[in-house]
Design a protein around this ligand. Structure first.
Ligand SMILES: N[C@@H](CCC(=O)N[C@@H](CS)C(=O)NCC(=O)O)C(=O)O
Length: 208
């Protein structure tokens, strides 16, 4: 029996990056579907695991952890994976891009995604859509410069968990319909990761 359980619906990009990391490392795991609309996490059983009522959550031999990037770091560290470097400066650079992905990049797209991809009728304020696209694009341009200078990887010239996190963010970028500037290094990084077996599994289908 697998010691690791990953809780969360696979339609969530945060769940996908955790499962992608586990698959790439070769960890055996079980899954349990949680998250709306499949299974409401706002119930005592789930809130006991994650008071934020969000997925993903892992349970690893009794150890509970939430926050997708923390989970990726933990899986790569506990299984001694090369996806999370040992050398302090190399590790810090991977951490920098992982932190940036969640705190700076992902923080920009909310309004545009709800308005343009999900077509949510509560998100129709044109100014807020324009602002969201402008701020999101500015961050993607930062990523473009980094990938172009960094040999097609987020850090240290080789694949790490930062690339997985950034690839699912790029998936959201390319899946949201609006006029985008040409970002060749971002496109190349996204297509290269998408062509891998894990990329096909988590970004190849019709789920944006
Ligand atoms: N910062 C959190 C964000 C998690 C998050 O936003 N999860 C969403 C899905 S992507 C969620 O659980 N939404 C509620 C639901 O699906 O019921 C992480 O990276 O793990």
């Amino acid at each position: 029996m697998a010691t690791l359980k990953i809780l969360g619906r696979v339609t969530s990009i945060n769940v996908r990056k955790v499962r992608w990391t586990a698959d790439l490392i070769g960890i055996d795991y079980e899954t349990e579907v949680w998250g709306m609309p499949d299974r409401d996490p706002r119930v005592p059983e789930f809130l006991q695991l994650n008071p934020n009522a969000q997925v993903p959550v892992i349970i690893d031999d009794g150890f509970v952890l939430w926050e997708s990037n923390a989970i990726m770091r933990y899986l790569a560290e506990s299984r001694r994976s090369g996806l999370w470097p040992v050398a302090a400066k190399e590790r810090a650079l991977v951490d920098q891009w992982l932190t940036w992905q969640v705190a700076e990049l992902n923080a920009q797209w909310g309004y545009a995604v709800y308005a343009l991809m999900r077509r949510n009728p509560a998100f129709t304020d044109e100014k807020r859509i324009v602002d969201s696209i402008r701020n999101w694009t500015a961050r993607m341009q930062i990523l473009e410069v980094q990938l172009a200078a960094g040999g097609g990887f987020a850090a240290n010239g080789r694949l790490s968990i930062a690339d997985i996190g950034l690839a699912v963010s790029s998936h959201r970028w390319f899946s949201t319909p609006f006029d985008k500037p040409d970002l060749p290094a971002v496109s190349e990084h996204y297509e290269r990761l998408k062509a891998t077996p894990e990329g096909q599994k988590y970004m190849g289908g019709s789920t944006p």
